[in-house]
Design a protein around this ligand. Sequence first.
Ligand SMILES: *Cc1c(COP(=O)(O)O)cnc(C)c1O
Length: 323
Amino acid sequence: MTNTFRLPSPIQKLEHPLFRQQQLDVFIKRDDQIHPFVSGNKWRKLKYNLQAAQDQQASTLLTLGGAFSNHIAATAVAGSLFDFQTVGIIRGEILLPLNPTLQLAVDHGMKLYRVSRKDFRERDRLSLAKELVQEDFYFLPEGGTNELAVKGCAELVAETQQQLAGTLPDYFCTCCGTGGTLAGIVQGLGGRSQAIGVAALKGNFLGQEVQRLLHQKANQSNSQKQKSPASGDEPSYKNWQIFNDYHFGGYAKFQPALIRFINQFKSAQQIPLDPIYTGKLFYAIFDLIEQAFFPPKSRILIVHTGGLQGVQGFNQRFGNLIV
Ligand SMILES: *Cc1c(COP(=O)(O)O)cnc(C)c1O
């Protein structure tokens, strides 16, 4: 099922005077290269959900998100690759002409519905979906995060370990929207090494959310089933932390320093970053290195979670800031 996908995703070593000075080995895991549109963590989050949907003989995938959502784009394209119909429920207005993300989704056959921001905020997502869409569907929550998504993201750890001759980096760093990817990494680490999350959104909700995700059972896959309360017998991992101060104003907000960093990083490393997630992550890790957060001799792995499909839409909105 993965033959058109580049897996394992490559690992590269990054070079920078700062790393030498602090005696750090810094690696980047290029999940952005898994697939041009089903990229990064979105592929990992979809993988077991697509299997579950096939097992349930579902013909339609339904999901929700904002108008620039990487998850909407990934679901539309994955749906077309794996023979599912797709439905996307979009928060807020659907402006015409469609932005590049929604155009990509429609080009891959996704049917779009819109709901008001108020309904999106206040209503139960699944019941909203059931009202709008009459046919049966396999439900993927916003951002694609559920128990099976966490299971898919956990595979990052074993994959990395194999690529690094059986060793683990001391730090696994990722950016966070819903926290699903970080929860997966923590689960995959099983108490080893340290996981670092950098929040792309404002608000200190992520710590609790990652806790909650870690206490869900991976075999209760479909969110249409009743969730059982956490049984409390899972190990309670302490080897992770979230930095909440690198959101640059919040989701889809930016500041000149962030844009400058992304453009400089690309010209120095030939690696593109996106302004919503990965730009903030790399900015944060560089900042932490400057503050000598990581002890000398540490090996740090930064996951490039993808999201590059969003750059075009960002540039259209804000005037070609990202080169
Ligand atoms: C969706 C997304 C994230 C957020 O992942 P979560 O699992 O929701 O925390 C991070 N980076 C990129 C590029 C994304 O598209």
